[in-house]
Design a protein around this ligand. Structure first.
Ligand code: 5AD
Ligand code: SF4
Length: 422
C-alpha cells in the first residue's frame, strides 16, 4: 500500500516539474513516505530524518515533506522532534502533495478525506509488467494491535468504473498483471462485491494475471472461493493473515474468527483451487501470550504448512488497545518465540519449494535479477520467485513455461522449456 502511494506521489510531483535525483544532497525536495505499523519502522524513519537536517543547513532552499502513516499519527508533533520539516501529509491526502509543496510556508494536511475514492492519481510505476491498483482505502476492523484504522481512516471502496478504467489502461499499455490493493479486499463494497469485481477484472483484455491483498479470514466467503476456482486469470495464491493459532489470543486481537474456522477456510480453498499457495502473517508475543498460546501457533504452522509467512514481534502502537493491555512481554521472550516460528517456517518453505523440483510452472518474466547479472527473474502463478538463465530471446512481460530444477528456501531455479510470445 505504501509503495504504491509512493508511486502516486512520484507521478504527482513529476507533473509539478520535479525529477528524481540519485543523491539526496542534490535534491530540492525530499519526501519521506512513512510506515508506523511497528516501532522499528518509526525508529528507522526518525534516524533518516535526522540526517536531512545537515542537508538543509547546506541548502536552505531544500524542503522536507513527511507523508504516510507517521505523518498522520504524529501530525505537527513531528516538528517537536524535527523542526526542519516543512510539510506533513497523511495517507488520505497524498493526492495533495503537489498543492502542499507549492506553498512556500509549509503545511500540515492530515484531515479526513472521503473524496479519496474518486481521485485518479497518476502513478509513476517502475515495474512495467505488473502494477498495483487500489480498490479500497482504510480499514474498519480495529484489530487491537493495529494502528492502520487510525492512520488510514475508515474503509472506502473505489467505484467499479474507476478501478476498471485504470486496469484497462494498464492492460492497454502492456501490463500483464495487476494486484488489487486494500486493507481488507473482502469487504469491498463498490457497485458489486469483491468476487463480482474479480469477475469484471477477469474480462479485461490483454491482462494475464490478477492478484489481490489482503484478505481478512473472517470475511472470506464461499463466493470468493468460487471466484478463485472459476476465473482463469486469478492466480492460485492467497495471503490470509492468521496472526495466532490460539483462540484466546485471536479473541484478544479482535480478529473475529477461531483457529478451527480459519482451518476450515483453508481446506475449502485447497479443495476448490488445487495447488493454491497460502501465505500468512504471524505476531509473536502478543500481550498475555502464554507458552501454551505460543505452542498453539507453532502447531498451527506445522498443521497448515504455509508456503511462506511474514512474522513479527508484537510492537505496542499508539492509540491501540493492545498497547494498554496487561501482560506485555519482555523483548527476550518475543525474540525467542519469533525465532522459533521463523526457523520452523524456513524448513517448511524449503520442503515445499523442493517438492516443486521437476515440475513445469508458468512464469511471468519481470526482468534481470537484481542480485545476479546472469539471470532473469519472474514469478509462478503461486507467487514464488523463479530465477532462470538470462538469454537473448526472452523479454520482460513474457509468459514462459519453466521446468523447476532446484528449490531453495526463498526462490526456485529453472530452465525455460517453452517461450510463449502472447
Ligand atoms: N505489532 C506487530 N505486528 C503488527 N502487525 C500489525 N500491527 C502490528 C503490531 N502492532 C502485522 C500484522 C499484519 C501485518 C501487516 O503487520 O501481522 O497482518
Ligand atoms: Fe490492521 Fe486488522 Fe485492519 Fe489489517 S484488518 S489493517 S491488521 S486493523
Amino acid at each position: 500500500m505504501n509503495a504504491h502511494d509512493s508511486e502516486k506521489m512520484m507521478g504527482l510531483l513529476r507533473e509539478e516539474g520535479y525529477d528524481p535525483v540519485g543523491d539526496p544532497g542534490e535534491a530540492d525536495l525530499i519526501v519521506f513516505n512513512t510506515c508506523s505499523i511497528r516501532e522499528k519502522a518509526e525508529q528507522k524513519f526518525y534516524s533518516q530524518l535526522g540526517c536531512t537536517r545537515r542537508l538543509k543547513e547546506r541548502n536552505p532552499l531544500l524542503k522536507i515533506a513527511v507523508a504516510g502513516c507517521i505523518a498522520q499519527q504524529e501530525g505537527v508533533r513531528i516538528r517537536e522532534k524535527a523542526p526542519h520539516v516543512d510539510y506533513i501529509i497523511g495517507p488520505q491526502n497524498i493526492g495533495r502533495v503537489g498543492e502542499a509543496v507549492a506553498r512556500s510556508e509549509g503545511g500540515v494536511l492530515t484531515e479526513d478525506n472521503p473524496g479519496i475514492v474518486s481521485a485518479d492519481l497518476p502513478a509513476e510505476r517502475r515495474n512495467h509488467v505488473k502494477a498495483w491498483v487500489n480498490i479500497m482505502y482504510g480499514c474498519n476492523n480495529f484489530c487491537s494491535y493495529c494502528v492502520v484504522p487510525y492512520t488510514r481512516g475508515r474503509e472506502r471502496s473505489r467505484p467499479v468504473e474507476k478501478v476498471l478504467a485504470e486496469i484497462r489502461g494498464l492492460a492497454g499499455s502492456g501490463y500483464r498483471e495487476v494486484t488489487l490493493l486494500g486493507q481488507n479486499v473482502n469487504s469491498y463494497r463498490g457497485e458489486v462485491s469483491f468476487p463480482g469485481l474479480l469477475r469484471l477484472v477477469n474480462d479485461v483484455e490483454g491482462l494475464e494475471r490478477i492478484r489481490f491483498v489482503t484478505s481478512h479470514p473472517k470475511d472470506l466467503g464461499e463466493d470468493l472461493v468460487a471466484a478463485m476456482r472459476d476465473l482463469e486469470k486469478v492466480c492460485e495464491h492467497i495471503h490470509l493473515p492468521l496472526q495466532s493459532g490460539s483462540d484466546r489470543i485471536l479473541r484478544l486481537m479482535n480478529r473475529g474468527y477461531t483457529y478451527a474456522e480459519y482451518r476450515t477456510k483453508v481446506e475449502r480453498l485447497r479443495r476448490a483451487v488445487p495447488g493454491i499457495a497460502i501465505t500468512t502473517d504471524i505476531i509473536a508475543g502478543f500481550p498475555g501470550e502464554t507458552e501454551a498460546d505460543h505452542r498453539a501457533t507453532v502447531s498451527a504452522l506445522g498443521e497448515i504448512g504455509f508456503d511462506g509467512i511474514f512474522a513479527f514481534k508484537f510492537s505496542p502502537r499508539p492509540m491501540t488497545r493492545a498497547s494498554e493491555m496487561e501482560g506485555q512481554l519482555p523483548e527476550g521472550i518475543k525474540s525467542e518465540r519469533l525465532s522459533e516460528i521463523l526457523r520452523l517456517q524456513d524448513d517448511i518453505t524449503e520442503k515445499k519449494n523442493r517438492a516443486l523440483e521437476g515440475s513445469v510452472q508458468e512464469v511471468l518474466l519481470e526482468g534481470p535479477s537484481g542480485s545476479d547479472p546472469g539471470t532473469a527473474t519472474g514469478r509462478t502463478r503461486t507467487n514464488k520467485i523463479v530465477n532462470i538463465p538470462l538469454s537473448g530471446d526472452i523479454v520482460p512481460g513474457m509468459l514462459l513455461q519453466v521446468k523447476i530444477t532446484k528449490g531453495h528456501r526463498h526462490s526456485l531455479e529453472g530452465t525455460v522449456i517453452v517461450t510463449d510470445h502472447r
